[in-house]
Unconditional design. Sequence first.
Length: 296
Amino acid sequence: MSTSQSGIFALGTASHAYLEFDARRPGATRELATAVASLREPRTTMGGVNLVAGFRPELWRELVPDAPAGIEGFNRDIVGPDGYTMPATQHDAVLWLSGSAYDVVFDMAREAIAALDAVASVAEETSSWPYRHDRDLTGFIDGTENPDLIDAPELVVIPEDSAGAGGTILLLQKWCHESSAWESLQVARQEQVIGRTKDESVELDDKPPESHVARTDQDRFGKIFRRNMPYGTVTDHGTMFVGFSADQRPLREMLESMVGLTDGGVRDALTLYTRALTGAYYFIPSTQSLRRCSGD
Ligand code: HEM
């Protein structure tokens, strides 16, 4: 029996940190993976902080014989027909920490960075916090169409008897919001951009094909599980997109659809007001695989 890392489904935490790392020495992937895997225990049960650890898919495949085939890092920019670009900023490993308050997340993030210091350096760091319970910084409810916690593991965790069982694929993408342009729109126009109402998140019957929910429609691409969070300061902020899938295809096809690489160039209207700053895929192994990698 393989178990997914529990922090993926630990909803309700108020404070988050995302740390992306690069190996200090090229080729020192075994040391990096062992050090990251060793962070798991016993810290996960201390201080109420959830720790989710993942690896560049190609790196994990080098180390683990039964890793799933065909998963790739975010190795190339995604460029739409009009030049709109989602940059590829792949790193070697990721840690996502979440907890009830920033102090415990902060302390644990510092401990983790210190524990990895000999083998890896921090390449990207973002902290996140909830906005008006379940809204993103567009002011809309984010996560309405997420599968619930009963269904989500079955939908987004690789099933038993498949390569990588208990694992999942994370797309981590930091999106900066052009808040003044967004806020200058009437609410009715914002609703057309998202494809849902702002107050209650009801899907519009006549949502335009360029609306965000039309471009990412899960009935078409397949179900994913999102743990998006707001990040940033008063003057510079946006959305940390945190999306999980058992298969890379839905995530990749949603991004291609958003930039307009499908359907004759229809670009997601939300991308007129938001800009991807980073983009990386990580394989999030099962707890058993991670423990084996730590040498325990
Ligand atoms: C600035 C970045 C983003 C923001 C602010 C954002 C916000 C939203 C909002 C407000 C909704 C509607 C409510 C809901 O069902 O959650 C939504 C739906 C959705 N978003 Fe995003 N999103 C962003 C980026 C992305 C990206 C990069 C992807 C895919 C890789 C994505 C995938 C989805 C999916 C699958 C849905 C549900 C679609 C359906 O109705 O089936 N989003 N998003």
